[in-house]
Write a protein that binds this ligand. Structure first.
Ligand code: URA
Length: 423
C-alpha cells in the first residue's frame, strides 16, 4: 500500500480495509510510515470518524504490535477496571484490594499522570518503599498469592498505541472516539484480563464533557471488549466536581485508606462499591458483600498485603507538605459551584502533576477540600487548603481557580452535574 493513498481515502470519508489498517499500524510501528503522515491520518480520523469494523481492526492491529499476556494458568478468574480519568479519581486504590479480597485476581496495569488528571502510580509512590515496576514473574506471583497488583504496564504491550498516543497528544487528536476506544481497549485486551469494568467519565474534569459523547465512547469500548471475548461493562459517571475531598498524591492515598477502613467521603465509597459489585458479578460473585468487606477490615488486609508485596510500608508516615495555604469563605451561604477541571489544573500547578513526561511529581502537593457543593458554609470557615513544596506556586494555582467555586444563597441551584452514577 501507499500511505498517501490511505490518507486520501480517509480524508475523503472512505473506509479502510482490514489489510490496509494492519499494514498502516505495522508500518508506523516499524517507522516506515512517518509521524507527519500518521498525524495527517489521525486528523482525518478525528474529523471523519471510523466505521465499527475499522475501529475493531485498528484495535486488533495495535494488540498485534506487541506481546499479550495470559492468565489462564492462574487458577482464578481475573477482572480489571479502567477509568477514563478525572480529578481526585483515586478509586483504583481502594477498589483493587476490595475486589482481590474475594479471592479474585486483579491485574491492574496503571499509568502516570500527564496534565490535570492524576496517575495511580504517582499516588502510590507516595508510600515509602513502594515499587511500580515488577518483572512478569513478580507480577504473576503476586496475582497468584496476594491477588491484587497495581503496577506499571511493561513497554511490550501495544507499542503501536504508545507511539500513536504520544503523537496524538501533540497534534490535537486525542479526543476522537475511535482513537480513544482503540487505545484503551488494545492495552486492556493485550493484558489478558477475562473481565473488565469501564468507568467512563463525563463532565468538566473528563475527556468528554458531554454525557452523550461519553455514552458513545462507552458503547464503542464495550463492543470492542465483547468482540475480543472479554466480558466488558461500563458505568457512566459524573466528573463535574472533584471526586472525594483530596486531590493530589499522598492525600489521595490517605483518603483511600479511610475508605478501606470503612469511612471516607460518601462519593468515593459509593463509586468504589458500585465498581466492585460490577467486577465481582462478572466473575461469578454476584452475592459478595462488598460493604461488609470495607467495614470489617477484609479489604484493608488485602491492601496491606498488596502494598507490602511491592516493597511498601503500609504503616509508614506519608510525605508532609512543606507549605500550606488555606482559602476561606468570604460570606455565609451554600457552596453552589466547585468545578473539577480548574481544581485539577490548580493541583497540577501546585506540583501534584507533571508538565513533561520526565518531570517528577511532588507527592505532598495538592488540595484538600473542606466543603462540597450543597454544603452550608460560614464566612471565615476554610473552603480548601492548598499544599506545595514552594510557596510561589500558590498564586499560579489561585489564578486557575478564579470563577471555579462560588458561594450562593440557600435555594440556589447547585452546579454539581447531577447524580454520581448516570448509568
Ligand atoms: N487513555 C488512553 O490510554 N488512551 C487514550 O486515547 C485516552 C486515554
Amino acid at each position: 500500500f501507499d500511505v498517501v493513498d490511505l490518507i486520501h481515502a480517509k480524508r475523503d470519508k472512505g473506509v479502510l480495509s482490514t489489510d490496509q489498517i494492519n499494514w498502516l499500524v505495522d508500518a508506523y510501528t516499524r517507522g516506515y510510515v512517518g509521524d507527519e503522515q500518521m498525524a495527517a491520518m489521525t486528523m482525518a480520523i478525528f474529523i471523519n470518524g471510523m466505521e465499527r469494523e475499522e475501529i475493531r481492526d485498528l484495535t486488533l492491529a495495535m494488540i498485534a504490535s506487541g506481546e499479550t499476556l495470559s492468565f489462564e494458568g492462574l487458577g482464578k478468574p481475573t477482572t480489571d477496571k479502567h477509568s477514563t480519568g478525572g480529578v481526585g479519581d483515586k478509586i483504583t486504590l481502594p477498589l483493587a484490594p476490595l475486589v482481590a479480597s474475594f479471592g479474585v485476581a486483579v491485574p491492574q496495569l496503571s499509568g502516570r499522570g500527564l496534565g490535570h488528571t492524576g496517575g495511580t502510580l504517582d499516588k502510590l509512590e507516595s508510600i515509602p518503599g513502594w515499587r511500580a515496576d515488577l518483572t512478569n514473574e513478580e507480577f504473576y506471583a503476586q496475582l497468584r498469592g496476594v491477588g491484587g497488583v497495581i503496577c506499571a504496564a511493561g513497554s511490550g504491550l501495544a507499542p503501536a498505541d504508545k507511539k500513536l498516543y504520544a503523537l496524538r497528544d501533540i497534534t490535537g487528536t486525542v479526543e476522537a472516539i475511535p482513537l480513544i476506544a482503540s487505545s484503551i481497549m488494545s492495552k486492556k485486551i493485550a493484558e489478558g484480563t477475562s473481565a473488565l469494568v469501564l468507568d467512563v467519565k463525563f463532565g468538566s474534569g473528563a475527556f468528554m464533557k458531554d454525557a452523550d459523547r461519553s455514552r458513545e465512547l462507552a458503547e464503542t469500548m464495550v463492543r470492542l471488549g465483547k468482540d475480543a471475548g472479554v466480558k466488558t461493562v461500563a458505568l457512566l459517571t459524573n466528573m463535574n466536581v472533584p471526586l472525594g475531598l483530596a486531590i493530589g498524591n499522598a492525600n489521595e492515598v490517605r483518603e483511600s485508606v479511610e475508605v478501606l477502613a470503612g469511612g471516607g467521603p460518601a462519593d468515593v465509597r459509593e463509586l468504589t462499591i458500585a465498581l466492585a459489585r460490577e467486577m465481582l458479578a462478572q466473575v461469578g460473585h454476584e452475592d459478595a458483600d462488598v460493604e461488609a468487606a470495607l467495614d470489617n477490615g477484609q479489604a484493608m488486609d488485602a491492601w496491606r498485603g498488596m502494598i507490602s508485596a511491592q516493597g511498601g510500608d503500609p504503616d509508614a508516615a506519608l510525605p508532609q507538605p512543606k507549605e500550606s495555604h488555606v482559602v476561606t469563605a468570604d460570606r455565609d451561604g451554600v457552596l453552589v459551584e466547585q468545578e473539577a477541571l480548574p481544581f485539577g489544573i490548580a493541583a497540577w500547578r501546585l506540583g501534584a502533576g507533571r508538565a513533561r513526561k520526565q518531570d517528577p511529581v511532588q507527592h505532598a502537593a495538592g488540595i484538600d477540600l473542606h466543603a462540597k457543593p450543597g454544603d452550608t458554609v460560614r464566612k471565615g470557615e476554610p473552603l480548601f487548603t492548598m499544599h506545595a513544596d514552594e510557596p510561589a506556586r500558590f498564586e499560579r494555582a489561585l489564578e486557575s481557580l478564579e470563577g471555579a467555586y462560588r458561594i450562593g444563597d440557600e435555594g440556589d441551584t447547585v452546579h454539581d452535574g447531577g447524580p454520581l452514577i448516570a448509568g
